[in-house]
Design a protein around this ligand. Structure first.
Ligand SMILES: [Ca+2]
Length: 197
C-alpha cells in the first residue's frame, strides 16, 4: 500500500516493493520512503533529544493525569521520559528550555511502592534533582508522581493531578521482523504500510 500525495489516497501495489526496492529510485518522485534505519525524530512528529541519536522527545502541552499521560505516550510506541542519569537529566532540561512554553511536565517515576524510593517504571532508579523543599509528600502523603520544572528541578505531585507531560521514544522500537515504511510529503506524514517478512 502506498500513499499518493496527489490523490491523498493509499493504494495497493501488488508487487514491486521489497526491502531492496526501497533504496532504488524507481518510486514516484512525490513519494518518499523511510525505513526504520533512516527515519528521524521529526519524521514521526517528535524532536531530536540531544541525548542519543535514536532517542526522541515530545512535549505534550495538554494536561493529563499521570496514567492518562502514560497511555498517550504509548499510543505512538513511547513512554514518559525516563531520567536515570545526570547526562540524561541535562538533555531533558536542555530540551525543556528549548521549548517555546511550558513550565512543568510529568516525567516517569514513582514512589508508590515504597515511600521515598523513586523508581522508573522499568524498575531502575530515577535520577533525582529535587527543588528545595521537595519532595514534601504534601497532603496526606499522596504525592507519588514527579514533575520536572523548566529549570530541571523536580516536585513530587499527586498522580491524578492534570499536568503537561514529556514523552520519549526510540526510533528502534520496531519489531525487527517488521519493516515500517512511512510515506511523507512536505506538509504531512502518512503511514500506509507495514510489511511483515
Ligand atoms: Ca510536592
Amino acid at each position: 500500500m502506498v500513499y499518493d500525495l496527489d490523490t491523498r489516497l493509499c493504494f495497493l501495489r501488488s508487487k514491486g516493493i521489497s526491502v531492496g526496492a526501497l533504496t532504488k529510485p524507481h518510486l514516484p518522485t512525490n513519494i518518499r520512503a523511510f525505513t526504520k534505519d533512516d527515519i528521524t525524530c521529526s519524521d514521526i512528529g517528535y524532536q531530536e533529544s540531544n541525548w542519543q541519536k535514536d532517542r526522541c522527545f515530545k512535549a505534550h502541552y495538554d494536561i493529563k493525569t499521570k496514567p492518562e499521560a502514560d497511555k498517550e505516550c504509548a499510543k505512538d510506541n513511547g513512554f514518559l521520559v525516563q531520567i536515570d542519569s545526570i547526562s540524561k537529566h541535562n538533555a531533558v532540561k536542555q530540551f525543556i528550555q528549548s521549548l517555546p512554553s511550558g513550565n512543568k511536565f510529568f516525567i516517569d517515576g514513582s514512589d508508590e511502592a515504597i515511600e521515598d524510593d523513586w523508581r522508573l517504571s522499568d524498575g531502575n532508579l530515577l535520577y533525582l534533582d529535587w527543588k528545595p523543599g521537595e519532595p514534601n509528600s504534601c497532603c496526606k502523603k499522596y504525592e507519588h508522581c514527579v514533575i520536572i520544572f523548566r529549570n530541571g528541578k523536580y516536585n513530587d505531585v499527586s498522580c491524578i493531578a492534570e499536568i503537561s507531560f514529556l514523552c520519549e521514544r526510540s526510533l528502534r522500537t520496531f519489531d525487527p521482523e517488521i519493516l515500517s515504511v512511512f510515506w511523507s510529503g512536505p506538509l504531512f506524514i502518512k503511514f500506509c504500510i507495514i510489511f511483515k517478512f
